[in-house]
Design a protein around this ligand. Structure first.
Ligand SMILES: [Zn+2]
Length: 302
């Protein structure tokens, strides 16, 4: 049998087998109707989970939050609540399985504030690796980490890059944007990095019951600019030197209109990211090629 015909036959058998494995078994569903499937990992039965992985084409979201002070007026879980609100709404529009609450990231700089959960560096990386490994073992071959916390901005690209150290049969994608650069209702404040106008506005959409607007001006979120170093020189204490109250900006400037604009932008952006990740057939192929070459570099490279 010519190799091409043989390959064709093997792929036919494989696709029939896959269809059999992934055919949903919903006795009560009318023919043709797609049964509603929760996007929450923890709400699916084992059999529905298998259908969820099939429907999402192996694309799973890992919304990444944190527990830390958010000014005098927002809850400790602000980043966790907002990123889950966004990821869940996005997955409803473009189906993906969403991992449960995850908040084990980098937040050493808030250890002086009550309620901060700051895990060690080694545990952050080990837990994240085991989490994505276990997700992949369950069929999540494309893991999109949606970051809700600014303090993870170095951790997550480092984690993604370090996936090249040894072969993995899945790809880690990181989406780390939360607010648009421009557009929407004009903003009233210039400094707006933490629990300020934008973040407070978003929380007015995701969990308005947890916004204590009457307390928003009880502490200062002004930039104290105490460190005198040239741009490009980095220290870990930079945040504390500028915003020791773990408040950057002025939450009292927040409005629901700004929150709606920013939340919709964030959800749309995650929907676009899910679609792009589903369509991406390059990354895993390149990863495998890279792993292969990196173990035979003397033979494969000029
Ligand atoms: Zn935050």
């Amino acid at each position: 049998m010519p190799a091409e015909t043989h390959r064709h036959r093997v792929s036919m058998i494989l696709s029939v087998a896959l269809c059999l494995i992934f055919t949903p078994r919903f006795a009560s569903t009318q023919a043709g109707a797609t049964p509603k499937l929760s996007v929450h990992w923890e709400e699916l039965t084992a059999a529905d989970f298998r259908e969820g992985i099939h429907r999402s084409q192996g694309t799973c979201l890992l919304p990444f939050g944190i527990l830390e002070k958010h000014g005098p007026h927002l809850p400790l879980g602000t980043d966790l609540l907002d990123v889950r609100y966004t990821a869940l709404h996005a997955a409803e529009q473009e189906y993906a399985v969403v991992f449960p609450e995850y908040y084990f990231g980098q937040i050493a700089e808030a250890k002086h504030e009550p309620g901060t959960m700051a895990y060690s560096r080694s545990l952050q990386l080990a837990l994240l690796q085991e989490t994505t490994d276990e997700m992949a073992r369950n069929g999540c071959k494309k893991i999109l980490i949606v970051n809700g916390h600014g303090g993870n901005e170095h951790l997550l690209p480092y984690f993604a890059q370090s996936q090249l150290d040894k072969p993995h049969d899945y790809v880690v994608y990181v989406f780390d944007e939360r607010s648009p650069d421009h557009g929407g209702p004009p903003k009233k404040t210039k400094i707006d990095m933490h629990a300020g106008e934008s973040e407070t506005s978003k929380m007015m959409v995701s969990r308005p019951d947890l916004v204590h607007m009457d307390r928003a001006s009880s502490e200062s979120g002004a930039d104290q600019a105490r460190q005198k170093l040239p741009q490009g020189v980095y220290t870990g204490i930079w945040w504390y030197t500028r915003f020791p109250n773990h408040y950057s900006g002025d939450g009292s400037a927040a409005t629901k209109e700004l929150g709606e604009y920013q939340m919709n932008w964030w959800i749309d952006s995650v929907v676009k990211a899910i679609k792009a990740v589903k369509a991406d057939d390059v990354s895993l192929k390149m990863q495998n090629e890279f792993y292969e070459k990196s173990t035979h570099q003397l033979e494969t490279q000029p």
